[in-house]
Design a protein. Structure first.
Length: 130
C-alpha cells in the first residue's frame, strides 16, 4: 500500500529538542506487557529524556504531572526496571535501548511483520493518561 500524508499542513517535523519512540515498543510487544501506569511513566520519560535517555524529574513532580500516588509511581518504576526499559538511581532515570540485552516485552515470539492493533495501543495510552 502506498501511503501519503492526509494533512500536509500539519505534517510532523523533528523538533529541535530530542525525543523519539522506538517502534519496536509496539512491534516486539513491550507495550503489551506493561500496566497503564508503567506505560504512562515510560511515555513521559521518553518525552523528557535527553539524547542519552537521561532525565532528572523528582518523585513529587512525577506524581503530580502523572496523577499517581507514591505507591503507583513506585510500582510503575519497578515494572519498567524489571522489563529493562529504564534504569534508575535517585534522582536520575535513564531510558534504555530496547532489546539491548536480548529481551522482549513478552514471552510471545514475534517478527517485525506481526499484526499490531495500533488503535488499541493508543487507547491504552490514552486511558493511562486520562
Amino acid at each position: 500500500m502506498h501511503k501519503q500524508p492526509l494533512s500536509l499542513a500539519q505534517l510532523r517535523k523533528v523538533p529541535q529538542q530530542f525525543s523519539w519512540v522506538d517502534q519496536r515498543l509496539v512491534r516486539e510487544h513491550y507495550i503489551d506487557a506493561l500496566s497503564h501506569p508503567a506505560c504512562t511513566l515510560y511515555l513521559f520519560l521518553l518525552t523528557v529524556a535527553d539524547a542519552q535517555g537521561l532525565s532528572y524529574y523528582s518523585e513529587p513532580t512525577l506524581r503530580q504531572r502523572l496523577s499517581m500516588s507514591p505507591a503507583t509511581l513506585h510500582q510503575a518504576r519497578q515494572e519498567l526496571i524489571a522489563r529493562q526499559l529504564v534504569a534508575y538511581r535517585r534522582p536520575l532515570y535513564q531510558v534504555l535501548a530496547l532489546g539491548s540485552n536480548g529481551t522482549r516485552g513478552s514471552e510471545h515470539p514475534c517478527c517485525d511483520d506481526d499484526a499490531v492493533d495500533i488503535k488499541a495501543v493508543f487507547e491504552r495510552i490514552w486511558e493511562a493518561l486520562s
